[in-house]
Design a protein. Structure first.
Length: 182
């Protein structure tokens, strides 16, 4: 049986930190170290851990920030580092973590949530089933050096505001979500 645990970043234990490192190594070893150090600099405010038999087998990071997009102040939530150990995949664990994450971002009053996917990995199908939709243009973010970087593969879902979701999705402007990728 899978048990999910929500933990604020400040309360993460050493065991959870070690498990996070191992999960990230297993799931994201193909991401260049340079990109991790310069681009993935946003810090989670919390994580969701999936346990099976008291062992951490999955994790999802939660992010939150206020931005201004096309003149509107928007609180966006983010999900990143979604990972389940290989032997436990295709059992609905990531879906359970996503649903719990969306409930937490709703409590945090996030208008929308977004995440980024590697289009080559096909994991985006999981997010589509959860209700996330691709934005049909590039997004931008600022890396640790202050450089503006662009990417595709960003997906959004309404959390507390469908009108802001549609405002973002229908705009022709580049969606810039601030400092750091998640």
């Amino acid at each position: 049986m899978i048990k999910l645990q929500f933990v604020l970043e400040k309360n993460i234990t050493q065991l959870q930190k070690k498990a996070t490192k191992n999960l990230q190594k297993e799931c994201f070893s193909d991401v260049p170290k340079d990109s991790i150090e310069k681009d993935f600099i946003s810090k989670e405010f919390a994580r969701i851990f999936a346990y099976e038999d008291n062992k951490i087998i999955g994790m999802l990071g939660l992010f939150k920030r206020d931005i201004v997009f096309d003149g509107k102040k928007i609180t966006i939530g983010g999900m990143g580092g979604v990972c389940v150990v290989a032997k436990a995949r295709k059992k609905g664990i990531a879906t359970q973590m996503l649903k719990k994450g969306l409930k937490i971002l709703q409590k945090e009053r996030c208008a929308v949530a977004c995440l980024n996917v590697d289009l080559k990995k096909k994991a985006y199908k999981l997010y589509e089933k959860a209700g996330f939709k691709f934005i049909k243009r590039k997004i931008s973010f600022e890396n640790i050096k202050g450089e503006i970087k662009y990417d595709t593969g960003t997906m959004f879902i309404p959390v507390c505001s469908k009108s802001i979701y549609y405002f973002i999705m229908k705009s022709k402007k580049t969606f810039h979500y601030g400092i750091g990728y998640w």
